[in-house]
Ligand binder design. Structure first.
Ligand code: ADP
Ligand code: MG
Length: 317
C-alpha cells in the first residue's frame, strides 16, 4: 500500500515539554520507532506539524534587534521543515539501514483569492494584553484578535490547492524511497500572472495538505496520527465515546473544534470522498494496528474496514 502519514506537532513536542533540541530529537526517535516497521511493507510518505516550532522561531526573530523586520512566515515555515526534516531523516535512516530516505522542502500553492486572506483567523505566537497587541499590530502590520481573555496575532490559513513538488515526491516513492515532505503543511506560496512563485504570510493546515497530497499521489491510506487514540463523540464530557469505524457523513455530523480535531476530520473526509480509500485518526503508537483495522477512528466510504468485512459503522469502538 501507499500510505501518507501526518504526524501531529503534539507528538513531536508534548504539551508542557521544553522546546529544547534534545527533547524534540528524543520524541522524534520514539515516533520513528513506531513508524519504521510500516516502511518494510508499505510505500511511506511522512508529513509533520510545526505549530510549536514555528511559534518559537517567530518569537526569536521578533526579538532579534539586528533585523529590520522579523522573518516572514514562509521563511520560518521553511526553517522548521529543515529542522524537523533533518531529525526525521536521520532517525529514519538509522532505523531503516539500506533504505533511501529523503527530506524535502516543499511549497504549497494557495489561491490569492482565498477568503482566508480577508479574514485571518489562525492564532500564532504568544498571548498579549490588548494594549500591547494593538501596539505590535500598528508597529509590525499584524492583525490581532481576542483569544479568550487575551490577545494574539492571527494570520490567514488558506486552503491548500497543490503541493508544488508532487511529481518529484511520486518519483521518489516509485524508486523505493521514504519521503519526508510538506512539513507544517508546506510553505504557502502563490503563483502570479507570469507563472512565478512567491511566499505569502500565511500558514497552511498540515492535515489538509496531507489529504491533498495523499489524493494527488493516489495513496491507499491517509493516517492522521496524534496524541489521542481515537476521535470522540461528546469529547470532554462524562458521556464521551470513541468513534470506531465510520463514514465521511458520520464524521461530518460531529461538531469538532476548528483548532484541533476539526481539520483532522475534514482531511479524513476529503480524502475518503475523493478517492474511496481509507483515512484514520489515531495514536502514533497504534499506526500498524490502525492499518490492520484494530485501532483508531477509521473512515471509509461504507464505514467498513477492511472493506470486504461486514462490520457496521461504529461496531469497532
Ligand atoms: P496535532 O498536533 O496532532 O495536530 P491537535 O492538538 O491539533 O494535535 O489535535 C489533537 C487534539 O485534539 C487532542 O489532543 C485532543 O485534546 C483534541 N480534541 C478535540 N476534540 C476532540 C475529539 N472530539 N476527540 C478527540 N480529541 C479531540
Ligand atoms: Mg493540529
Amino acid at each position: 500500500m501507499r500510505v501518507v502519514i501526518a504526524l501531529g506537532g503534539n507528538a513531536l513536542l508534548r504539551r508542557g515539554d521544553r522546546p529544547d533540541a534534545a527533547v524534540q530529537h528524543t520524541n522524534i526517535q520514539a515516533a520513528v520507532a513506531a513508524l519504521a516497521p510500516l516502511a518494510h511493507r508499505h510505500e511511506l510518505v511522512i508529513t509533520h506539524g510545526n505549530g510549536p516550532q514555528v511559534g518559537l522561531l517567530a518569537l526569536q526573530s521578533a526579538a532579534d534587534r539586528s533585523l529590520t523586520s522579523p522573518y516572514p512566515f514562509d521563511v520560518l515555515g521553511a526553517e522548521t521543515q529543515g529542522m524537523i526534516g533533518y531529525w526525521l531523516l536521520q532517525s529514519l535512516q538509522n532505523a531503516l539501514p539500506g533504505r533511501q530516505v529523503c527530506a524535502l522542502l516543499n511549497q504549497t500553492l494557495v489561491s490569492a483569492a482565498d477568503p482566508a486572506f480577508a479574514n485571518p483567523a489562525k492564532f500564532v505566537g504568544p498571548v498579549y494584553e490588548r494594549e500591547e497587541a494593538e501596539r505590535l499590530a500598528a508597529e509590525r502590520g499584524w492583525t490581532v484578535k481576542a483569544d479568550g481573555p487575551h490577545w494574539r496575532r492571527v494570520v490567514p490559513s488558506p486552503d491548500p490547492q497543490r503541493v508544488v513538488e508532487t511529481r518529484l515526491i511520486r518519483l521518489l516513492l516509485t524508486s523505493g524511497a521514504v519521503a519526508v515532505c510538506a512539513g507544517g503543511g508546506g510553505v504557502p506560496v502563490i503563483r502570479d500572472e507570469h507563472g512565478q512563485l512567491t511566499g505569502v504570510e500565511a500558514v497552511v493546515d498540515k492535515d489538509l495538505t496531507a489529504a491533498l497530497l495523499a489524493e494527488a499521489l493516489d495513496a491507499d491510506a491517509l493516517l492522521l496520527l496524534t496524541d489521542v487514540p481515537q476521535a470522540m463523540r461528546r469529547y470532554g464530557t462524562p458521556d464521551a465515546e470513541p468513534i470506531g469505524r465510520t463514514t465521511p457523513a458520520g464524521l461530518r455530523a460531529e461538531p469538532f473544534p476548528a483548532g484541533s480535531m476539526g481539520p483532522k476530520a475534514e482531511a479524513a473526509c476529503r480524502f475518503v470522498e475523493l478517492t474511496g480509500g481509507m483515512a484514520a485518526i489515531g495514536s502514533l503508537h497504534d499506526a500498524q494496528a490502525i492499518l490492520d483495522g484494530s485501532a483508531g477512528t477509521v473512515v471509509t466510504p461504507n464505514g467498513r474496514y477492511p472493506q470486504n468485512t461486514n462490520d457496521a459503522p461504529g461496531s469497532q469502538t
